[in-house]
Write a protein that binds this ligand. Sequence first.
Ligand SMILES: Nc1nc2c(ncn2[C@@H]2O[C@H](COP(=O)(O)OP(=O)(O)O)[C@@H](O)[C@H]2O)c(=O)[nH]1
Ligand SMILES: [Mg+2]
Length: 214
Amino acid sequence: MNTSTAIFTGSAPDLDSCPDESMPEFAFAGRSNVGKSSLLNLLVGKRDLARVSPTPGHTKHLNFFTINGRWRLVDMPGYGYARVKRQERGRFSKSVMDYLEHRPNLQCVFVLIDSSLPPQDNDLEFLEWLVDHEVPFALVFTKVDKVSQPALQGVIDAIKARLAEWTEGSPEIFVCSSAERQGRNALLGLIDSVLEPEQKQPMGKQAIPRDTPW
Ligand SMILES: Nc1nc2c(ncn2[C@@H]2O[C@H](COP(=O)(O)OP(=O)(O)O)[C@@H](O)[C@H]2O)c(=O)[nH]1
Ligand SMILES: [Mg+2]
């Protein structure tokens, strides 16, 4: 898929302020500094559409980007950065949880996980929360340029082992490096398969059924 246009559509502090529900949405979630904004920029082929923050914990709103006038990417506030003020830190931000639980046009959450770190408690808590709330998700291991192949496999296996404690299904897994422009086509391929159901899958959300959280 080409991403011929990518337009910043708005910033929402909470679910009520989100844009209309007319377009399928794909959200990027993960710890602050995991590489959400960088990966979003890689997907749309722009260097600076989403701000790559030098200050972790910076993005506190849901940021919406309309792609090809047809679907949206959503850059979500990161969780778990210790220097964010305590009352803003929470477990995960309320706006994120409300959005994930109640947004009808949300197709899939890409959960970004830093492959250069051992599994982090807040990543695991977030994954368990998604499983519990039957939110469709895929795993995206970021910054793979920083790790060896065996180390990457170790991190992936560790996360999969924890997920297996909560669900029988297994999510799609992507490995990405924004620094080396790796993973773009695979991610766009998943998005395409949801948007173009006649190619492979049944319509829309049925491609990633909410009642089967992997
Ligand atoms: N080595 C490497 N660094 C990355 C990669 N992606 C992001 N970064 C760096 O990680 C930091 C946080 O990235 P950012 O996209 O702002 O993360 P966000 O807080 O999740 O949006 C920045 O300094 C990026 O340059 C990657 O694929 N490889
Ligand atoms: Mg960011």
